[in-house]
Ligand binder design. Structure first.
Ligand code: CA
Length: 229
């Protein structure tokens, strides 16, 4: 399956051919013509965002800031007519990953997209361990020292999410969106059951590793001695 790219751009003359070109190159591409539309989509669905700045409802920066509030978010390539050094510096400070000014050559954009995806894949790889706990992404084997156990694919996805945000509170909503692509729990304590099993398996390999519940906000992955909760 191709990488999923969200194009946040109101000019159809630009976004439609861009989406077609990306599809021809094996990507999946969808267009959101406003910030509101982009925010309605599930952020965890996208591997990369191409973001225009001058959008009809809100400035593109609003969406960039929204992304940065999520536990994990895809790399962002800004595509804009605004191209002064000041503009660029300001956007990089706000957290964009790359910047291309209009008019642009499609081939250059494509190579920038590929480079960003390669980099973010590398980051994902790094999130497969935490201290002495290791997760094999293909077999879902969880190991710490000589102790091992096997996770289900969903438990592995939850753990990867915690690995990507050690010490940070991850909300039920974020787990639901990132692991299942859902906005609402399909049943009572749906996530609780998976977390219970994940905790039990973590305990099998490393008694020190804890998934702590933070009342009313979510869960945090940390060593008990590092906990101030
Ligand atoms: Ca525009």
């Amino acid at each position: 399956m191709g990488y999923r790219i969200l194009i946040v751009e109101d000019e159809a003359d630009l976004s439609v051919p861009l989406a077609e070109n990306l599809k021809d190159d094996g990507f999946e591409a969808e267009i959101a013509p406003t910030v509101e539309k982009a925010r309605q989509s599930l952020i965890s669905h996208w591997d990369l965002v191409i973001l225009d700045l001058m959008l009809p409802d809100m400035p593109g920066e609003t969406f960039l800031n929204y992304l940065k509030q999520q536990t994990t978010y895809p790399p962002v390539l800004i595509l804009t007519a605004r191209g002064t050094v000041q503009d660029k510096l300001s956007l990089f400070k706000q957290g964009c990953d790359d910047y291309l000014t209009k008019p642009f050559i499609y081939e250059e954009l494509r190579e920038r997209v590929r480079a960003l995806l390669r980099r973010s894949q590398r980051v994902t790889q790094e999130h497969l361990s935490f201290e002495d706990i290791q997760l094999d992404p293909t077999t879902f084997k969880l190991a710490a020292g000589s102790l091992t156990t096997i996770l289900t694919p969903k438990e592995a996805s939850i753990l990867k999410l915690f690995f990507s945000a050690p010490g940070k509170v991850v909300s039920r909503k974020e787990i639901l969106e990132n692991v299942w692509g859902l906005r609402e729990e399909p049943g009572t304590n749906f996530i609780g059951v998976h977390l219970f099993n994940l905790r039990r398996k973590l305990n099998e390999v490393d008694r020190g590793a804890w998934l702590q519940t933070v009342r009313a906000s979510g869960f945090v992955f940390c060593k008990p001695e590092a906990s101030h909760l």
